[in-house]
Design a protein around this ligand. Structure first.
Ligand code: ADP
Ligand code: MG
Length: 707
């Protein structure tokens, strides 16, 4: 790659974006497609044919030979199957490059091995992919630039329309929030905005390790996290890595990542070193929810691929290293109209302030009523190790509003009006009894899982490896429900001003318990939250049942986001995913401990024994007290290791006897996971005393500080 790039030139060069469509599509076709994108109107078959043809011509110019319906099954990753553009050979033996409207709009990957949670056995084995024309198609080139594929973002459904992916419910939830938001805006006299779209910006954390060292860590290779490993003498206590100067090797990696992403239209914007050694962050500029979700998948894939080229390995696991910060994703979320009004922007006039306060209290109501569900949406196997430890948000959902806003709400609750504002002294109280206030993004609270940061909410609980689709499905739908409830009240009111005022006060009072501005990492907060009756769901397994509570099912069905069957299938998949992942971890531990660690320690104790014998033989007066001590210590720990290993083998043998699903997942969480901890403990202690040259894998120090 050349060393100087003009970002403006390369940005979006491989995207079939609006500019390309305008330039290449006949006016009429372009207009029809725009209508479909903006209003969700169905696309005529003839129009689709024209678009497909132009898209293919454009992609071929970019070097593409194949197209792929790109989708997001319930594995957390993306899936693709490539079909070349070639038609059946003609009589003269030549082929044409073809791509029809039908092929663009709909695909039938024989993808029956993706998790469906039982949905497909009841309905149809086949899954179908359907073009999501609101997320632009793009061409992805392989690193050498020799091959390229046209990627078409799609949704993945069963024959009868059940969602088998992340995308389908996301699009449905965007529809729900759009409808209810517009309804709310109309009540406030807005007659111009046609559409409200959730805007999402995702900050992605990740670790980079040297690939040669990575390959020597079978635990990282098999599970994405270290299953053993003692802390190095230096950790992150000095905070010298956070926002530190970026080393050359990492800078070269980041440069390539940015360029790849820019070409695919991902607006990679900020990059910096994170708190832990070896940890970094990348954040693109926010965009429409479904596009942001697609782009986050591209970010994760690109990080992995580019790392490979730089002989690095990118770890996206939530907790690759015990005792060091984990990685998460910050899901920045706001609601923006098609004419650019952000519903979470406090605004300048009292009138705007009232609307803002209603939106804000609706969000609080939504989050309080569905805290368990929101917590569930951020649960994945790795996040269990991250939440509540080493500067990660706790598993308790609370909302941070900042001093000024919290004060306004408290005044409203206590006196029915907010007569003054903490900041800025004098207030411009207009006709209403509510103050206006400048957006206050100054005091950020990094410990809150759900923080208001000026004109958006930042949900910080999401795991680094997880898709951000689920959290956004939940956010969109729970807020749609709160808006819908509010509109029901307000539409029936005689005195709108009075009704809004009362509703804000009511919601603020009823849901004040969810607001917390203090230190979310503290032990006091855990107690205080319990006193307030807020749920503290510590594990993924315990959170899954909240997908199928009556409350959840009713809400999702009311807004046509999920059916009961779809929710039940998702719960099944989550239990199974958990069981499979932890089972692999347990088996990897058994493998590594028995084949590598135990033999290495035996080797070490034998060398100690030999040393003792040889020293004594050479001179019976010479002291072997050090060797003796180490020999006893190592032998004891070796015994502990072997005992725990045998216990882990027998308990994992039990797993298969449990019924797949909830029962198995609970068994693993309660019986297998603790024994994994029992095996890890003596091994980590052994690592501290065994001769480094004999230890069978690179240490934390090697992995974290020698990149
Ligand atoms: P932080 O201080 O948390 O790093 P930034 O200002 O850098 O915050 O923004 C983090 C992410 O939030 C970026 O992806 C940014 O584009 C996004 N963001 C900014 N404003 C909004 C908004 N109104 N809605 C959604 N996301 C936003
Ligand atoms: Mg942030």
């Amino acid at each position: 790659m050349s060393s100087v790039v003009n970002v403006a030139d390369i940005f979006g060069e491989n995207v079939f974006n609006d500019a390309v469509m305008q330039e290449r599509l006949p006016k009429k076709t372009y207009k029809e497609l725009k209508k479909t994108i903006e209003e969700g109107k169905e696309l005529a078959a003839t129009t689709a044919d024209v678009i497909a043809h132009e898209m293919k011509e454009w992609a071929i110019e970019k070097g593409a030979t194949h197209y792929s319906h790109w989708f997001q099954p319930l594995t957390g990753a993306t899936a693709e199957k490539h079909d070349s553009f070639i038609s059946a050979p003609r009589s003269d033996g030549k082929v044409l490059m073809e791509f029809s409207g039908k092929e663009l709009i709909k695909g039938e990957p024989d993808a029956s091995s993706f998790p469906s949670g039982g949905l497909r056995s009841t309905f149809e084995a086949r899954g179908y992919t359907a073009w999501d024309c609101t997320s632009p198609a793009f061409v992805k080139k392989d690193p050498e630039g020799t091959g390229a594929i046209l990627y078409i973002p799609t949704a993945f459904c069963s024959y009868t329309g059940e969602a088998l992916d992340q995308k389908t419910p996301l699009l449905r939830s965007m529809e729900a929030i759009n409808k209810q938001s517009v309804r709310l805006l109309r009540l406030f006299g807005n007659t111009t905005s046609q559409k409200v779209i959730p805007s999402v910006g995702i900050e992605q954390e990740y670790f980079l390790v040297d690939r040669d060292k990575y390959l020597k860590r079978k635990d990282l290779v098999f599970t994405g996290r270290t299953l053993f490993g003692a802390m190095p003498p230096k950790g992150q206590e000095l905070d010298d890595h956070y926002f530190g100067a970026i080393r050359e090797r990492i800078a070269a990696f980041m440069k390539d990542v940015n360029e790849e992403l820019w070409k695919m239209g991902v607006s990679a914007k900020t990059q910096h070193n994170e708190v832990a050694p070896g940890q970094h962050e990348l954040a693109p500029i926010y965009e429409q929810c479904n596009v942001a979700v697609d782009h986050n998948q591209l970010v994760m894939e690109t990080l992995k691929q580019v790392a490979y080229r730089h002989n690095l390995h990118c770890l996206l696991h939530e907790k690759p290293f015990e005792g060091v910060n984990g990685s998460g994703k910050h899901n920045n979320w706001s609601l923006v109209t098609d004419d650019g009004i952000n519903l979470l922007d406090p605004g300048k006039t009292p009138h705007e302030n009232i609307q803002f306060l209603l939106v804000l209290t609706c969000v609080l109501r939504a989050v309080d009523r569905h805290a368990e569900l929101l917590r569930e949406s951020a649960s994945d196997v790795g996040n269990d190790h991250r939440l509540g430890a080493n500067e990660a948000p706790p598993a308790i959902i609370s909302a941070y509003l900042g001093e000024q806003l919290e004060d306004v709400l408290t005044q409203l609750i206590n006196t029915g009006e907010a007569a003054h504002s903490l900041k800025g002294g004098k207030l411009h109280t207009g006709v209403s009894t509510l103050p206006d206030f400048a957006k206050d993004a100054t005091d950020r609270n990094r410990t809150s899982p759900f923080a208001f940061t000026g004109n958006k909410f930042e949900f910080r609980m999401v795991g680094s490896r997880d898709s951000v689709a689920a959290p956004n499905v939940v956010l969109n739908t729970i807020v749609a429900e709160a808006f819908s409830d509010a509109c029901d009240v307000l539409e029936a009111a005689d005195d709108f001003q009075m009704a809004v005022h009362n509703l804000i006060k009511q919601y603020a009072s009823e849901h004040q318990r969810i607001v917390f501005n203090g230190n979310g990492y503290s032990e006091e907060w855990v107690k205080e939250a319990e006193r307030r009756g807020l749920p503290n769901i510590k594990t993924m397994v315990e959170s899954v049942e909240y997908l199928t509570t009556e409350d959840t099912v009713q809400m999702f069905e009311k807004f046509d986001v999920f059916t009961r069957a779809e929710l039940e299938s998702r719960a099944e998949i989550k239990y199974e995913t958990y069981s499979k992942a932890v089972n692999i971890e347990a088996r990897s531990m058994i493998d590594i401990a028995s084949k590598h660690i135990v033999p290495a320690v035996i080797h070490y104790v034998t060398s100690l024994a030999n040393s003792i014998n040889q020293v004594k033989q050479a001179n019976s007066n010479a002291s072997t007290v050090v060797q003796d001590k180490l020999l006893v210590q190592a032998s004891e720990l070796l015994t502990d290791t072997q005992n725990a290993l045998e216990k882990l083998i027998s308990v994992t043998d039990e797993v298969a006897k449990k019924e797949i699903g909830r029962e198995q997942a609970y068994f693993i969480m309660q019986e297998v996971v603790p024994v994994m901890g029992q095996l890890r403990k003596p091994v980590d202690e052994l690592e501290m005393i065994v001769d480094k040259s004999m230890w069978p894998m690179p240490s934390y120090g090697d992995l974290l500080f020698e990149v």
